[in-house]
Design a protein around this ligand. Sequence first.
Ligand code: FPP
Length: 247
Amino acid sequence: MSFKEKINPARLPQHIAVIMDGNGRWAKQKGKLRVFGHQNGVLAVRDTVEAAAELGIKFLTLYAFSTENWNRPKFEVNALMQLLISTIRKETKTLTDNDIRLQAIGDIDSLPTGCKRELKEAIDLTSGNKRMTLVLALSYSSKWEILNAVKRIAGEVAEKRISISDIDESLFNSFLCTANFPDPELLIRTSGEQRISNFLLWQIAYSELYFTNKLWPDFRREDLYEAILDYQSRERRFGKTSEQIVS
Ligand code: FPP
């Protein structure tokens, strides 16, 4: 039986988040520039998005560019932005053909104009698609997102539009970039690193974490199936006891 056949369709995670790591090391192993790794990372993005949509995953969030990634050499940052622009441009039709809606989270205003334009166009064009939502985290960091939410909530309190006693988990959620998405049940990180790297800190409070040694450009649908199977083998207790979950 293949990994895919073993997956229980009734127990799929609704939302999978992925830290796509290892592009640079993959390229280095081949004696190439880091950018070559990012270019090949796009093939992994394609296969993963297609496989997730086919399986019936409702939300897939990919960490494509962190706030901290702005500190990389200018050449690499520019190449990543160009790659984003060309990939979004090339893949918008595929997204629509597959009924996939594109969304973005992060400090989108900080992206170069061309990137913002391409992103907005693709988001608008795919806004009516229903099968799966693909969320790109761009110029995103969780601490930025949380601080941003805190500042906006403080502003609302100062303007007396909300009172301090109104602040609960649900209100706080509604001020995050992910307000319209459920929390991910499964977080995958490639490349053997076991870190969260400022990604969705609030949202992954109860996510299952899955780490694989595969470098991102080598990640394919079989690896996604394997991660989902591993997720399905876990008992999610949310602070309760095993006996409570079983009964
Ligand atoms: C991490 O590998 C990867 C990134 C910072 C960029 C991810 C971008 C892509 C896969 C291409 C574009 C994506 C989309 C959605 C169009 P790394 O460079 O940190 O690798 P290393 O840890 O081996 O150095």
